[in-house]
Design a protein around this ligand. Structure first.
Ligand SMILES: Cc1ncc(COP(=O)(O)O)c(C=O)c1O
Length: 400
């Protein structure tokens, strides 16, 4: 009994108290690896999905100041008006479009915004197109409410780019929404403007929603322009765009995100939000105002650092036997492939046990990428170097 994985036990229980919808939630692959790593000494984590850099001092101070000034009550349900205004201005300038505070709702991280967007729209018979591999939240939230997930597998040899025509061809009478995530977790892929425009325009024409998770919208390398769905749609009637402060300002634990959509959609989602979390954390919303209104050089410094790590990681993966990588343009992940037929789950587990390097198995992000590993570079260059000093000789010994 001592080796029973409690997560498996919980999710596979026949105990009728649990809503069967919970069965759509998989045993989190990342948790399983991290739990095992916690029992080991001298582990190097390349499994981390949150920034390792400290948030800007003035942002932390704004949260402290808000607490001390007694900003400890609820805000209005859509969010702190000062933050809604700051976001409307910020996005308006960034994408040259007019946004009103009424187009925005503040949530408890992007996670709540994704939860609301997907569970408020998913229903039996409705289809959601989701590129694969994808961030693990989307498919279970869609399935939980009876919706059907239609995956579009992307391939490592195409740097996991999405063929817009494949998405368009997958739209049928039951399609309700297309879920996009660029830059992507787990691949770091950034879709070019042509791809986003083609999908958004066709979706609007066919009355299909595009739900776009843009939490990595500032983690774009080599000075590239970021084609947000917000800059590719003619109106907001068929889009919901989600982002947060988690990655851009290293504020993951402060839990402030938002959803942008038509005013009609925001009105409906506000009701649901009130019945889900009521409002987001008040002092941290003030920290968000400081992040947007204050000095933003933090973002440039962060990009320089992540880009340096990305470049080195791409080199290291290239030197590693059995791993085929590519050069991702965004986020802080690389998703290299193992040879065809080799199971990334087994490899990740064996790699952790035998070298103490913790990665995440590709199968966590979809069935079509079971021969991949997700490597995060949200850790210092020294740690990345040290990890590959273990990985390369270990891979040399494998005989797949
Ligand atoms: C693609 C993606 N969306 C959403 C989130 C969650 O963001 P938040 O911390 O704002 O809830 C993450 C976190 O790792 C992510 O990778």
């Amino acid at each position: 009994m001592s080796n029973i994985n409690l997560d498996t036990d919980f999710y596979e229980t026949e105990d009728p108290i649990w809503n069967p919808a919970l069965l759509t939630i998989p045993v989190p692959g990342i948790r399983r690896m991290v739990n095992l790593a916690a029992t080991m000494d001298d582990v190097i984590h390349l499994s981390i999905g949150q920034p390792d850099l400290k948030p800007p001092e003035h942002v932390v101070q704004a949260a402290v100041d808000a607490l001390q000034a007694g900003q400890t009550g609820y805000t209005m349900d859509a969010g702190l008006p000062e933050l809604l205004e700051a976001l409307a201005e910020y996005y308006g300038e960034r994408y040259h479009r007019t946004l009103a505070p009424e187009n925005i709702m503040i949530t408890t991280g992007a996670t709540e915004a994704i939860y609301l967007a997907l569970t408020a729209t998913s229903a039996p018979g409705r289809e959601f197109i989701v590129p694969e591999p994808s961030f693990m939240l989307y498919a279970p939230l869609i399935r939980m409410n009876g919706g059907v997930v239609k995956t579009i597998p992307t391939r490592a040899e195409n740097q996991h780019q999405l063929d817009p025509q494949e998405v368009i061809d997958a739209i049928d009478a039951n399609t309700y929404a297309i879920v996009l995530n660029s830059p992507s977790n787990p691949t770091g892929t950034v879709y070019p403007r042509e791809t986003v425009e083609a999908i958004v325009q066709e979706a609007a024409y066919r009355g299909v929603y595009v739900i776009s998770d843009e939490v990595y919208d500032h983690l774009i390398y080599d000075g590239r322009e970021y084609p947000s769905v917000l800059s590719c749609c003619s109106d907001l009637d068929h889009v919901m765009v989600v982002s947060s402060f988690s990655k851009t300002f290293s504020m993951a634990g402060m839990r402030i995100g938002w959803l942008m959509a038509s005013q009609g959609a925001i009105k409906k989602l506000r009701r649901y939000h009130m019945f889900t979390t009521t409002v987001a954390n008040t002092p941290c919303q003030w920290a968000g105002v400081a992040a947007l209104r204050g000095d933003r050089t933090f973002i440039d410094d962060m990009l320089t650092e992540y880009q340096r790590r990305r470049d080195r990681l791409v080199d290291l993966v290239q030197q590693t036997p059995h791993l085929t990588g590519y050069r991702p343009d965004g986020a802080f992940y690389l998703f290299p492939s193992l040879p065809d037929g080799v199971n990334g789950g087994n490899v990740a587990l064996k790699l952790l046990r035998e070298t103490g390097v913790c990665t995440v198995a590709g199968e966590t992000f979809g069935d079509s990428c079971a021969n991949a590993l997700r490597i995060s570079y949200s850790t210092s260059l020294d740690q990345i170097e040290a990890a590959f000093e273990r990985i390369i000789p270990w891979m040399e010994k494998q005989d797949w």
